[in-house]
Design a protein. Structure first.
Length: 191
């Protein structure tokens, strides 16, 4: 199991449904990545590319997420995926919930409720995580100034960026960059 698959399981990410399934040795069931069941221990998880592979391994389908049923998105899941794609594509721009909702032709309240339900985080938190991941990449792989990076990833000022970065990752952008350049273990981030 790679890190991307594990993140999909932890985040209950519906974008990975149909791409793989995960089975639990402790319960004898297999699920879709988007299953809202309790997050399993990674050592108990086995990855399967098809439901048939999971069944051959002696596992039965989860009654909560029903991994054997044909893959169909609910209207809420479809809206959340469209919003996530929009946020990912435009994360470097200043965005408000009202702007995103207008782009998707729904009310801000409906967008917030559906996105939170499907993705497990608010659109604002999702956007923040995208921006911080982009910033971490730039801090570790470029020599751009902190201000330039802050503006590139969608923050309006370097001071706001630094405060948010420190709050979310536990270190300043400068300290993160120093750890990356020295090859020392980077500070843990809760992204």
């Amino acid at each position: 199991m790679n890190e991307q698959m594990w993140r999909a399981i932890v985040d209950c990410d519906p974008a990975y449904d149909g791409q793989f399934y995960y089975g639990l040795q402790t319960t004898g069931i297999f699920c879709k990545p988007s299953c809202r069941s309790k997050t399993p221990n990674p050592e108990n998880v086995r990855i399967f590319l098809t439901t048939g592979d999971a069944k051959k391994a002696g596992l039965r389908p989860c009654k909560r997420c029903r991994p054997e049923e044909p893959f169909r998105l609910t209207s809420e899941e479809e809206l959340a995926q469209k919003a996530a794609a929009f946020l990912t594509q435009h994360c470097h721009q200043p965005l408000s919930l009202q702007q995103i909702a207008a782009e998707l032709f729904v009310s801000p309240y409906h967008l917030q409720r559906c996105f939170q339900k499907v993705m497990g985080v608010s659109p604002a938190k999702f956007l923040l995580r995208k921006r911080l991941k982009a910033a971490q990449h730039l801090l570790g792989n470029t020599q751009e100034s902190i201000t330039t990076i802050a503006l590139q990833v969608g923050f309006q000022s370097s001071s706001h960026f630094s405060a948010v970065f420190h709050k979310e990752t536990g270190c300043s952008p400068t300290a993160y960059r120093q750890c990356q350049s020295q090859g020392t273990k980077k500070p843990t981030a809760s992204l």
